[in-house]
Design a protein around this ligand. Structure first.
Ligand code: AMP
Length: 398
């Protein structure tokens, strides 16, 4: 089966076309600045075919251009759009309504719409993507895969905040987590690499990128995760502050009169590594500045290290026993120095990594040293493949 995976943002549309026989990516690319000046790229196995400015007035046009590229006589990878067996969509917020991936129906669409209140930045563009796909590929089944469903197994003591129940009951204030498709993929892949049944294993998965989260996976299911009602909770991130004393918000408001929405915006887009380093939210820039002796860059990086160590330590304590730790996403896959510094501190738990094996980037590799009680892996995440696999399973069962 050929499956198209689509990830729609407010002004972007990322796509990947999979041949599910061998999980090969036939083509992929990105349409960006939709509704603005428009830019699109298209890559096949042979490399980048084009990367150019094109008029992209809306997501419908972008979707049509993706299909045109995939079926182009000269550089297309399929001869007709009818070869696409299904479309899988990434949806960030499945909230309290979705426990698993679903075939798209009117009811499912209405559910995603209802959840726009708790996923205001991501769910509306995802709906636009679903509707654009339906228009361009009428009759092709669609599946939605939610970033939050993996975290639905959290027990109540992890899922809810210690505030009066009415806020959860009336307004659905609870911890939903994020990056669930990535945590699920790397934890399942880790069990596969260990040759073990996920049900027997406790794994701590560290998705460290622009947005970062750490998950305690107990017996193949999410037990606890660092992100909460929104992706602001948890670790210090590129531009997000992570967990802070909640009264910081009211205190800033009282002192400055800054509206709450602006404070939230500041904590989401102007905080984290960017704010502390006053240089950049990109870990590479901070590491470089730290090496050049910049003190604020040093503090920013130490804050990141501290938050990663704290969550791994906390989850080890919650799980009571850890079989493996996995690093993934931009920082997790590429930053050998961060992995080494974090793991060095976990020696007391029996973590020992092989520094030579760790000295690599973006590869799937076990970095456990001899004598270590806990195994450590770098596993490049592949959310798109996970979405394609769920899509295939649901469509084949239709
Ligand atoms: P992601 O959100 O998963 O795409 O991750 C993006 C982040 O990964 C960037 O902002 C960088 O901070 C980080 N990153 C990518 N490559 C490297 C690298 N070689 N060393 C350190 N950090 C990196």
């Amino acid at each position: 089966m050929i499956i198209l995976v689509v990830n729609t943002g407010s002004s972007s549309l990322k796509y990947q076309l999979f041949d599910m026989d061998d999980h090969k990516v036939l083509a992929k690319g990105l349409c960006e600045r939709i509704g603005q000046d428009g830019h699109m790229n298209y890559k096949t196995e042979a490399g980048t075919v084009f990367d150019k400015d094109v008029a992209l007035p809306d997501h419908g046009v972008a979707m049509q251009l993706v299909i045109d590229a995939l079926t182009d006589k000269e550089y297309g990878v399929i001869s007709d759009m009818s070869e696409i067996g299904a479309v899988g969509h990434r949806i960030v917020q499945g909230g309290y309504l979705f426990d698993k991936s679903e075939i798209i129906t009117d009811e499912v669409e209405a559910g995603i719409e209802e959840l726009c209140v708790i996923g205001p930045l991501h769910n509306p563009p995802a709906l636009v993507g679903i509707r654009a796909c339906k228009k361009v590929l009428p009759g092709t089944p669609g599946v939605v895969v939610f970033d939050t469903t993996f975290h639905r197994t959290m027990p109540d003591e992890c899922k809810y905040y210690a505030i009066p129940w009415e806020y959860a009951e009336k307004y659905h204030v609870q911890r939903y987590g994020a990056h669930g498709t990535s945590h699920r993929y790397v934890s399942e892949r880790c069990a596969e690499l260990m040759g073990r049944d996920p049900a027997e294993l406790n794994i701590i998965t560290c998705h460290l990128g622009n947005g970062s989260s750490i998950t305690a996976v107990k017996g193949g299911k999410c037990y606890d995760t660092s992100m909460g009602l929104t992706p602001l909770e948890g670790l210090v991130m590129g531009t997000r502050c992570g967990s802070i004393d909640p009264t910081v918000v009211s205190f800033i408001y009282e002192q400055t009169g800054m509206p709450v929405k602006e404070i939230t915006d500041m904590m989401t887009k102007k905080a984290g590594l960017l704010a502390v380093s006053e240089i950049s939210g990109d870990c590479r820039d901070i590491t470089k500045a730290e090496a050049e002796g910049n003190y604020k860059a040093h503090v920013a990086r130490e804050m990141l290290l501290r938050s990663v160590k704290r969550f791994i330590g906390a989850y080890a304590a919650e799980l009571g026993h850890v079989d493996a730790i996995v690093f993934t996403a931009g920082i997790g896959e590429n930053d050998a120095d961060l992995r080494e510094k974090v793991c060095d501190n976990l020696g007391f738990m029996g973590v020992k990594i092989d520094k030579e094996k760790n000295n690599c980037r973006g590869q799937e590799v076990e970095i456990t040293a001899e004598g270590s009680e806990i195994r450590t892996f770098i596993i490049p995440t592949n959310e798109e493949l996970m979405i394609a696999m769920d899509t295939q399973a649901l469509v084949e069962a239709m």
